[in-house]
Design a protein around this ligand. Structure first.
Ligand SMILES: [Zn+2]
Length: 127
């Protein structure tokens, strides 16, 4: 039986693959190398996001004075500290439909015009 499909190259070393046309790698070594690289890339992404989340939490914690339940800060203050808004661990919607975004046990509520209310999670918020 003659199968005429375009020749394929190994995803790792780019050599032409012989044999079955559904193969993606020339051998086990190339397949393992490829999978290890994919895992390393995924682990890097996870590490970077975890770092950003912990940093966000540290920033919120540092801005909230001890023994205070909340404090109002503006966006410049958060940005200066290196806060990354796209990363948060979870969100909480209160009874008035307002969203709090949390990085672990510290969070913020978006107020009007570039102001944020930083809070520490409590049992009251039922997180
Ligand atoms: Zn190969």
């Amino acid at each position: 039986m003659l199968i005429t499909t375009a020749p394929k190259n190994c995803l790792t070393c780019n050599k032409l693959i012989r044999g079955r046309t559904d193969k993606k790698f020339c051998d086990d070594y190339c397949r393992n190398t490829y999978n290890n690289q994919q895992n390393a890339a995924g682990n890097n992404t996870i590490r970077n996001i975890n770092y950003a989340l912990r940093k966000n939490r540290r920033i919120l914690e540092s801005l909230l004075p001890e023994h205070e339940k909340m404090i109002k800060v503006n966006v410049e203050k958060l940005s200066q500290e290196g806060f990354v808004f796209k990363y948060y661990t979870h969100a909480y919607c209160n009874s008035r439909g307002r969203f709090y975004y949390f990085c672990y046990d510290h969070g913020y509520l978006v107020l009007e015009k570039n102001w944020y209310l930083i809070v520490k999670s409590s049992i009251r918020l039922k997180l």
